[in-house]
Ligand binder design. Structure first.
Ligand SMILES: *[C@@H]1O[C@H](CO)[C@@H](O)[C@H](O)[C@H]1NC(C)=O
Ligand SMILES: *[C@@H]1O[C@H](CO)[C@@H](O)[C@H](O)[C@H]1NC(C)=O
Ligand SMILES: *[C@@H]1O[C@H](CO)[C@@H](O)[C@H](O)[C@H]1NC(C)=O
Ligand SMILES: *[C@@H]1O[C@H](CO)[C@@H](O)[C@H](O)[C@H]1NC(C)=O
Ligand SMILES: *[C@@H]1O[C@H](CO)[C@@H](O)[C@H](O)[C@H]1NC(C)=O
Length: 307
């Protein structure tokens, strides 16, 4: 019993020693994050911020397997290509199905844009994405209802992970920029800890041209008219967030224009050939996951390609 107390005292002292920053004590929440980060600085730390669209889940699966990358946290945003009800929980389900549900914090984020262009994602597409893993007509997987997100929300997780990372952190934004814009607005001191921001689907023009990235919502074929816009929905679903992040002083912002994404059509034959050439054997679930996109989201099977 006595030894037990000594041990507890030592543990307490050890914790207290790490418990001050700028000569003020850390709050309880800050201590929790500091203890959890346990960072391997030989790897590039990355925060993945996602709207939980299916291609984001491919990207997350890939990055979790890159040995030079350390995924510090996954944060979800509910105003993009999945409904708020699914954007967080489907990340947990996916991580569970690929065997990665332990050791990576998932923080639930913001569900409304700072300022929308008025663009509305077709609900048939949203429903197909939300039910991609569980629909009997798609992957027919069951959900483990005991999976839990991080006790921290996305904004806290972004701010605290940046604050306590020993080296600058790269941020991948695969949906809208709402979470990062919110985190920056609340604590601008995190900007110096951001390495590069990678933004999926950005078509960057000069800052004054943001409105020209927005599709014409009065066109008769709206929302299909988004295809004729220079911008990506990830930008115009929250233009103000793009502006806030774009003008925040972050040194490196890398954006992939749609025109580049569109040079990468791949159909199932090409997918099979690529896997064979690279001698990659995917688990059946993963192969099914990446090859079912057209089957599960397209109204008909005429467009047999994956982007
Ligand atoms: C879906 O999975 C359930 C069991 O989990 C099974 O009974 C059912 O037949 C499956 N449906 C399809 C269409 O594969
Ligand atoms: C949007 O489309 C409508 C209908 O074609 C047209 O009248 C309007 O001028 C367009 N607006 C812009 C900003 O291009
Ligand atoms: C797949 O794409 C390749 C290259 O564009 C094309 O040659 C081939 O016909 C396609 N196959 C099918 C089944 O669509
Ligand atoms: C691709 O490979 C999978 C599994 O090896 C097979 O089931 C599928 O039919 C193949 N698809 C095409 C288009 O070759
Ligand atoms: C399939 O869907 C596409 C896109 O919605 C449409 O343009 C095409 O006409 C459809 N084809 C058939 C055979 O229904």
């Amino acid at each position: 019993m006595r030894d037990h107390r000594i041990l507890l005292t030592l543990v307490f002292l050890k914790i207290v020693n790490n418990c001050y920053v700028d000569s003020r004590p850390l709050t309880f929440i800050e201590q929790q994050v500091q203890l959890c980060i346990n960072q391997d600085v030989k790897r590039q730390p990355v925060i993945i911020d996602t709207d939980t669209d299916v291609d984001d889940l491919w990207a997350i699966h890939y990055l979790l397997n890159v040995p030079t990358v350390d995924v510090l946290a996954i944060t979800t945003v509910g105003n993009g290509y999945s409904k708020p009800f699914y954007s967080g929980s489907n990340i947990l389900t996916f991580l569970d199905l690929i065997g990665c549900s332990n050791g990576i914090g998932v923080g639930y984020g913001v569900n409304l844009p700072l300022m929308s262009s008025g663009y509305i994602i077709p609900s048939s597409l949203l429903n197909a994405i939300d039910s991609y893993m569980t629909a009997a007509t798609c992957l027919n997987q069951s959900v483990n209802i005991f999976l839990q997100p991080s006790p921290f929300g996305a904004i806290e997780l972004i701010k605290l992970s940046l604050k306590y990372s020993k080296i600058p952190v790269d941020i991948l934004i695969l949906g809208t920029m709402t979470n990062l814009a919110t985190a920056i607005s609340e604590d601008r001191s995190i900007i110096s800890k951001i390495g590069s921001v990678y933004f999926s689907g950005g078509q960057f023009k000069s800052i004054n041209s943001y409105p020209s990235l927005v599709p014409n919502v009065t066109l008769p074929n709206y929302p299909d008219s988004e295809e004729n816009s220079d911008g990506s929905p990830n930008a115009y679903l929250d233009m103000l967030a793009v502006q806030r992040v774009g003008m925040s002083g972050i040194k490196n912002i890398v954006a992939m224009p749609l025109i580049i994404q569109n040079t990468m059509p791949i159909n199932l034959t090409q997918l099979n050939e690529t896997l064979k050439r690279l001698n990659i054997q995917l688990k059946p679930f993963v192969l099914n996951f990446i090859s079912s996109f057209v089957k599960c989201t397209s109204p008909n099977q005429t467009t047999i390609y994956l982007k």
